[in-house]
Design a protein around this ligand. Structure first.
Ligand code: 5GP
Ligand code: ZN
Length: 113
């Protein structure tokens, strides 16, 4: 997708703080973090939502998300971590390229739980 922000990041046209990359998956820090260490994991191929993405691509993302989540959780000294995935505007999706949020949490940080 030519004008998708995440596709531009995948192609290296927009800079990012990259945490991980392989043939299929990329992970980088969210530009507007809910908490320090807030990261995103996504397939390099463009799929708008969970419903378009093939299961194999999602499996690859989850495997990477697990590794990155462990590193973030330990590295940030977090008390907990949320894995969140939004689909469509009603659920808060702003970028129409399927992605997973990894959000380190601290006790009493005031985020949604
Ligand atoms: P959504 O609301 O679609 O689930 O989440 C999109 C996320 O992408 C938001 O948390 C937003 O801060 C992040 N984001 C939007 N544009 C950019 C960007 O250019 N670079 C990075 N690293 N993150 C972005
Ligand atoms: Zn895209």
């Amino acid at each position: 997708m030519t004008d998708c922000i995440f596709c531009k990041i995948v192609r290296g046209e927009i800079p990012c703080a990259k945490l991980y990359e392989d043939d299929r998956v990329i992970s980088f820090l969210d530009i507007n973090p809910i908490n320090p260490g807030h990261a995103l994991v996504l397939p390099k191929n463009h799929y708008a939502t969970l419903f378009e993405a093939p299961p194999e691509e999602l499996h690859a993302c989850i495997a990477v998300a697990r590794q990155v989540a462990r590193a973030i959780h330990r590295g940030m000294g977090a008390d907990g971590l949320n894995l969140i995935q939004n689909n469509y505007r009603a659920a808060g999706q702003l970028i129409d390229h399927v992605h997973f949020h990894l959000i380190p949490r601290s006790v009493g940080d005031g985020f949604f739980t």
